[in-house]
Design a protein around this ligand. Structure first.
Ligand code: AHE
Ligand code: ZN
Ligand code: ZN
Length: 344
């Protein structure tokens, strides 16, 4: 198949706010510095829904969504040195080129080498590798994992230990790495208990829960500050709601509380708070892909999983087939799933 177009199935997003449809698409061979991957599994993330629902200012249609995949390299383009056919890989929406000024700076993971073309839904040379019914399809987040084959830049590929089940570690392509890294790398949470991964349930180390509806006479931040003797040491906003972002900052303890934004807010939305909140020692931060420098870190996260130091299996709440991918979106919207993993 190397050097030839491949026909395969993909879930195509033809336009915003419409369900994905199953299509046979053509996937061009990888050009110089590119890799073609047979995607075996993909998670579905809220960011896929966010773009599909028309909230993403960078959303381009028609496109192939998906950015939480795992697969096997089918072929590589000219000059590709770091990856070979047969390698088990996780595509990376935050690449790592090792050359740009962001990659050279230990303070950030935000490689900018291909950020502008990635945001435009095209490969670094400005063209696309997908067609369907005679139309070009845009790429998404440099990954497009809702297709049985995809083409990505070499700098957007992490090679992982083939002993790790791709149907689990695909989730290290976004959700798990983002949450874990937000606590570890961005907020720099100190307690061991937290480093052992807080999640959404007791299974992951949760000891308390808080429902603002139980405090109808107060704002969430007022109630939380009272319940915690002055506020929380660390808060994380994961849902992309600007009101929760404010509440999460203001629920932090005066003098030292750190609030980290992970959630992606819709086009045109802005955050606000009284500057006094920052003057009095609360810190507002944000994180993308958990601050992990991706190509060097994802293989290590996979090793942590294999050594049973990092939970991954527990996040897979549902398994579906590619032609049921819209049901995976429904499960996510209804809050019934943690992660539905799609088998391609
Ligand atoms: N395209 C959006 C921004 C979307 C966004 O913030 N994406 C996150 C990852 S979400 C993972 O589920 C991210 O890492 N962003 C860094 C980047 O460079 O995009 C918009 O607002 O334009
Ligand atoms: Zn995501
Ligand atoms: Zn870079």
């Amino acid at each position: 198949t190397a050097g030839q177009p491949i026909q395969c199935l993909a879930a195509v997003a033809w336009e915003a706010k419409k369900p994905l449809t199953m299509e046979t698409i053509e996937v061009m061979p990888p050009r110089a510095g590119e890799v073609r991957i047979k995607i075996l599994y993909t998670g579905v993330c809220h960011t896929d829904a966010y773009t599909l629902d028309g909230h993403d200012p960078e959303g381009k249609f028609p496109c192939v969504l998906g950015h939480e995949g795992g697969g096997v390299v089918e072929s590589v383009g000219e000059g590709v040195k770091s990856i070979q056919p047969g390698d088990h890989v996780i595509p990376l929406y935050t690449p790592q080129c090792y050359e740009c000024k962001f990659c050279k700076n230990p303070k950030t993971n935000l490689c900018q080498k291909i950020r502008s073309t990635q945001g435009q839904g095209v490969m670094p040379d400005g063209s696309v590798r997908f067609t369907c019914k005679g139309k070009d399809l845009f790429h998404f987040m440099g990954c497009s994992t809702f297709s049985q084959y995809t083409v990505v830049a070499e700098i957007s590929v992490s090679k992982v230990n083939p002993k790790a089940a791709l149907e689990k570690v695909c989730l290290l392509g976004c959700g798990i790495s983002t949450g874990y890294g937000a606590a570890l790398n961005t907020a720099k949470v100190k307690q061991e208990a937290h480093i052992r991964q807080c999640g959404s349930a007791k299974e992951f180390g949760m000891t308390e829960s808080f429902n603002p509806k139980d405090h109808p006479d107060k704002t969430s931040q007022q109630a939380l500050v009272e319940l915690t003797d002055g506020g929380l040491d660390y808060t994380f906003e994961c849902i992309g709601n600007i009101h929760t972002m404010r509440a999460a900052l203001e629920a932090c303890h005066k003098g030292w509380g750190v609030s980290t934004i992970i959630g992606v807010a819709g086009s045109g939305q802005e955050i606000s708070t009284r500057p006094f909140q920052l003057v009095t020692g609360r810190v507002w931060k944000g994180t993308a892909f958990g601050g992990w420098k991706s190509r060097e870190s994802v293989p290590k996260l996979v090793e942590e999983y294999l050594n049973k130091e990092l939970k991954v299996d527990e996040f897979v709440s549902h398994n579906v087939k590619l032609d049921q991918i819209n049901e995976a979106f429904d499960l996510m919207h209804s809050g019934k799933s943690i992660r539905a993993v799609v088998a391609l």
